[in-house]
Design a protein around this ligand. Structure first.
Ligand code: 5GP
Length: 121
């Protein structure tokens, strides 16, 4: 699947649609999910144009990969849900149709602030 420049997260990255920003650096943007599924529900997205985790794993640079992983930790710390002071959280990325992915720009969901419960319903 090729990258669709008109997906909603591409528009957020370009500043065409607002978001409740949590953190931004050269590699990632993080903001609150518009339809939170848990007490804390944040999204972390790479700035590069990657459809999903498969695309990212195959085509991103090592710097982008490190930036994304480190970014998730930075955001979790900022939200107070990492194990440095918080009580843990869940990271999830949906990939493709069977994975339930709706927005075709790679993103990680961070759920926290309460017990997240069963891994898969
Ligand atoms: P997916 O199902 O693709 O893994 O998750 C997409 C997520 O993006 C959903 O949780 C949905 O609520 C969120 N989302 C969709 N549109 C917007 C938007 O315009 N702004 C924000 N902040 N989140 C959005």
């Amino acid at each position: 699947m090729s990258y669709d420049d008109n997906n909603i997260f591409a528009k957020i990255l370009r500043g065409e649609i607002p978001c409740k920003k949590i953190y931004e650096d050269e590699f990632i943007l993080s903001f609150y999910d518009i339809n939170p599924q848990k007490k804390i529900h944040a999204l972390v997205i790479p700035k590069g144009k990657y459809v999903d985790l498969d695309d990212f794993s195959q085509n991103a640079s090592l710097n982008e990969m490190a930036g994304l992983l480190k970014g998730i930790n930075i955001v979790a710390k900022k939200l107070g849900i990492s194990l440095d002071g918080g009580e843990g959280y869940r990271v999830l990325s949906n990939i493709g149709e069977n994975g339930g992915q709706e927005v075709p720009h790679l993103h990680f969901h961070l759920f926290g602030g309460e017990k997240i419960g069963k891994m898969v319903q």
